[in-house]
Design a protein around this ligand. Structure first.
Ligand SMILES: [Zn+2]
Ligand SMILES: [Zn+2]
Length: 154
C-alpha cells in the first residue's frame, strides 16, 4: 500500500509531537517559570494532536477489492462493500465498540446534551431548516425536501 500525501503529513505531525514532548522539563525545580514552560509544551502537544485528528478524518481511503465489513467477499471496482454490507459493518462497529447503543457512541466522542453533535455536523456541511422556530437539521438534500413540507406557524 502506498502512503497517501496526508499519511505523510500525519507522520510528520507525530514526529512533531515527539519532538515537543522531548522538550518537556523532567527534573522540575518547581519554579513558576518551569511550570509555565511545561504548560506551554503541553499546549503545543495538544494543538498538534488536534491537527492530527483532522488529518486522520481527511485521509483518503481507497477500496481494496474486498468488502470492508471483513466478510472476505470480493467487491466491484471502486466499491468498499458488497451490497448492503455497509449497514452490517456500521451496526457491527456500534456493537463491538459501543455496546450497540447511540448514547455510548456519542459519549465516547464527548457528545451529548452539553456538546451538540448536530452543531458539529453543521460545522462539517449539514444545514439547518431556515424556517423560524423549526429545529430540523440534516444533509442539504434532506433539508430541502423537509423544507417543502408544511410547517406549523409559531
Ligand atoms: Zn461484507
Ligand atoms: Zn423545518
Amino acid at each position: 500500500m502506498t502512503q497517501t500525501k496526508s499519511g505523510t503529513r500525519a507522520a510528520a505531525l507525530r514526529e512533531a509531537i515527539e519532538a515537543a514532548r522531548g522538550e518537556y522539563l523532567h527534573d522540575q525545580t518547581g519554579t513558576p517559570e518551569d511550570e509555565a514552560y511545561n504548560q506551554a509544551v503541553t499546549d503545543v502537544v495538544a494543538a498538534i494532536g488536534a491537527l492530527l485528528e483532522t488529518e486522520k478524518r481527511d485521509e483518503r481511503l481507497l477500496p481494496t477489492g474486498y468488502c470492508w465489513c471483513g466478510c472476505g467477499a470480493e467487491t466491484g471496482i471502486g466499491s468498499f462493500f458488497a451490497r448492503g454490507h455497509d449497514k452490517t459493518a456500521e451496526a457491527a462497529l456500534m456493537k463491538a465498540e459501543y455496546g450497540g447503543t447511540v448514547p455510548r457512541l456519542l459519549a465516547a466522542h464527548s457528545y451529548g446534551p452539553d456538546r451538540s453533535v448536530t452543531d458539529a455536523a453543521v460545522r462539517n456541511g449539514w444545514v439547518r431548516c431556515p424556517i423560524p422556530g423549526c429545529k430540523y437539521v440534516g444533509a442539504e438534500a434532506s433539508v430541502r425536501k423537509h423544507e417543502a413540507m408544511p410547517h406549523k406557524e409559531k
